[in-house]
Design a protein around this ligand. Structure first.
Ligand code: G3P
Length: 222
């Protein structure tokens, strides 16, 4: 059985840019090595290339467009994020919502480049819809809990349970992550015990004085 994935989204927090992004990646790589747990990070586009080149951990883009390379000013192509060294991308994050057609195009573009796709969803119905597009992961995140400091694992375990069942009913190969307010090893353990393949989180690591301390706690019960 493969290790759960702890995926840390640096968003556009100032605490997750430049040298801080490198510090978080350094901590993530050290704790992934000591624990054997897969820890990935999703830095801003600006930091994607240097982080992907300097570290062995999986590095994800925060969003990708479905466009082909060519005359599309300002678009983020799957080809470009692969060339930058990324392993994959989030798609349809709650803070970067897309139309259904856009989500499909982004997932296809990632698949063409053999990159990992993580479609974010907000409830079990959209989780099932996302699974129909056959991404590698669906990440269920109740929007009201994002950045709240209240963990989905504790506040709404039922939505995790129902989303895992909804995704499995559509496509057994699609893995499930959950996120929103994840902050401790206990949150991660609850999520994994409910059938997920890991967690997607941000503020508890990015805004921590010492991200390594939080990361070590996150993997402590796996
Ligand atoms: O992408 C992860 C995110 O939306 C959850 O954020 O700060 O609640 O861990 P946070």
């Amino acid at each position: 059985m493969s290790s759960p994935l702890i995926l840390v989204n640096l968003k556009t927090y100032k605490e997750g840019m430049g040298s801080r992004a490198h510090a978080i990646a350094t901590a993530a790589q050290a704790i992934a090595q000591e624990s054997g747990v897969s820890i990935g990070i999703a830095p801003s586009y600006i930091d994607l290339h240097p982080i992907a080149r300097h570290f062995m951990i999986p590095v994800y883009a925060q969003h990708v467009d479905g466009s082909e390379p060519g005359a599309h000013t300002g678009q983020i192509t799957a080809h470009a994020i692969k060339a930058a060294g990324a392993s994959g991308s989030l798609v349809n994050h709650s803070e970067r919502r897309l139309t259904l057609a856009d989500i499909e195009a982004s997932v296809k573009a990632l698949q063409m480049q053999k990159l990992v796709s993580v479609i974010c969803s907000n409830n079990e119905i959209t989780s099932a819809g996302a699974a129909a597009l056959a991404p590698d992961y669906v990440a269920i995140e109740p929007p009201e809990l994002i950045g709240s400091g209240v963990s989905v694992s504790k506040a709404n375990p039922e939505i995790i349970r129902r989303s895992v069942a909804a995704v499995r009913a559509v496509n057994q190969k699609v893995k499930v992550l959950t996120g929103a307010g994840i902050q401790s090893g206990e949150c991660v353990k609850i999520a994994v015990d409910l059938g997920t393949d890991g967690v997607l989180l941000a503020s508890s690591v990015v805004k921590a004085q010492e991200p390594a301390v939080v990361l070590r706690d996150l993997v402590s019960k796996l």
